[in-house]
Each structure stands twice: as C-alpha cells, then as structure tokens.
Design a protein around this ligand. Structure first.
Ligand code: SAH
Length: 226
C-alpha cells in the first residue's frame, strides 16, 4: 500500500502489528497478523520529502523487498483510485483487477519497447469472488501522475480502465517476474471524467474510501483461492 490514510484503517481492522522494515530501505514498513498469514507492506514516507512515497518506483521496491522477506502466496495492491463516469464508476465503488494491468502513461513507439513500456502483467481471475462480494471486476491501469493528459485518457479508454491508480502495474510487474499470484483492490475516491478537480475530490473522499477499503480488503483476502 502507498498511503498512511489508506492503510491505517486496514491495520486496525486486521490487528496488524509492526513487523520491521527492510535493512536496505528502512522507510518501508511491514505490519503482520499474529500468525504472519497477512502482511501489510507500506511504502512509508519519503525521507527527503516527508510525504507518503506514492507511485511506481516506491511500489516496485516495496514489492521486491517484501517478497524476498515474506515469500507470499498472493500479492494484493490495495488502495484508492480514480474512476470514470463513462464506464459506470462512482465514489466508493470497489474494483478488483481483471485482466492485464497496464502503464497508461508510458509511450515508447519502438518495436518491443512499446510492450515493455505498456507492462500489461496479468492479474488473477477473481471475477466470481468479486461478484460474490458485491465488487466490480475490471481493467486497472497505472500512471505516475494524479492528473490525466489527453494521451493518458486515450490509453485508458482503449484499455477500458475502471480504476486509475499510481502503483498497481508496478506491483503486478514484480509479482509476475517472481511468479506470485497478483490482484488489485481499489476504492474510487474521485471521478477522472467528472466536474470536480481531482486533487480536491480525492482529499474530500480519502477518509470514507479508506473506510470502505478496510471492509473490502479483509473480505477479499478471506475469499482468495488457497
Ligand atoms: N497526497 C496527495 C495525492 C495522493 S495521490 C494529495 O493529498 O493531494 C493519489 C494516491 O491515491 C496514489 O497512491 C494513487 O494510487 C491513488 N489515486 C487515487 N485517485 C487517483 C487518480 N485519480 N489518479 C491516480 N491515482 C489516484
């Protein structure tokens, strides 16, 4: 997970206790259940800037070092995301990833490198689980900006993105490379193609969306195939 505000409600809901940090990158924080069957890995605060280390770079490092330490059977990229009016999105909606997760903001029009830029690493097929829990399953995509310039909007429309975040594709890439099953669970905080400015809408809805996430993630974890 990327942000304190997103992860603190889940920590208390699942009673996850501090479980150390990687020696190499001590700003990453781990929190574990008693039996260590669930570990929450948080990017932590960037030591230079003092804010939550959001985005794909920190997400990659956190995922890599967390797999090395905990050897999980599943990785879940959990957090908030932007949704789309045009595709039925609304604030508070819970999205579970379906299909490949792409980087919608990386463009390298050279053979081979175009696909490298896109990423497109798989997520597990959890459509039945999502339906049972009352969540929506659908395409997720990732970019390193909170805004969405026209080229990104176009890439997300072509992908059918239901959840636009800043981490999932990076986490999926590491999970794929290391052979760990992956999914993303995102709660919508803001509507990308809506009237309200993204940063303002995000701030207004972060607390309520994080509360929804604290219900959704434990339910999803309990229903993941063994
Ligand atoms: N802290 C900043 C903004 C956080 S960025 C502020 O207060 O303004 C948003 C974080 O939530 C990222 O980790 C990202 O994964 C997720 N997110 C929520 N809505 C998003 C959107 N519309 N676009 C991209 N990421 C979004």
């Amino acid at each position: 997970m990327a942000m304190h505000a997103e992860s603190d409600p889940i920590r208390s809901r699942l009673d996850l206790q501090p479980a150390g940090s990687p020696e190499l990158w001590p700003s990453i924080e781990w929190f574990a259940s008693d039996d260590e069957s669930i570990v929450l890995a948080r990017n932590g605060r960037d030591p230079g800037h003092g804010v939550d280390a959001i985005g794909t770079g920190p997400a990659t490092i956190t995922t890599l070092l967390s797999v090395q330490r905990w050897q999980p059977r599943w990785i879940v990229s959990a957090g908030t995301a932007g949704g789309f009016n045009a595709r039925g999105g609304h604030v508070g909606q819970v999205i579970v990833a379906d299909g490949p997760v792409i980087h919608h903001d990386r463009r390298i029009p050279l053979p081979g490198f175009d696909q490298l830029a896109r990423g497109g690493h798989p997520s597990a097929d959890l459509r039945d689980v999502a339906t049972r829990l009352g969540f929506v399953s659908g395409p997720c995509s990732t970019g390193d900006s909170l805004d969405a310039p026209p080229a990104d909007i176009e890439a997300m429309a072509a992908h059918g993105t239901l959840a636009k975040d800043m981490e999932a594709a990076a986490v999926a890439g590491v999970a794929d490379r290391l052979g760990v099953r992956f999914t993303a669970c995102k709660v919508i905080t803001d509507i990308v193609d809506g009237e309200i400015a993204t940063a303002e809408e995000f701030r207004a809805n972060l607390a309520t969306a994080s509360a929804v996430l604290a219900d959704a993630v434990p339910a999803l974890l309990a229903d993941l195939p063994a």
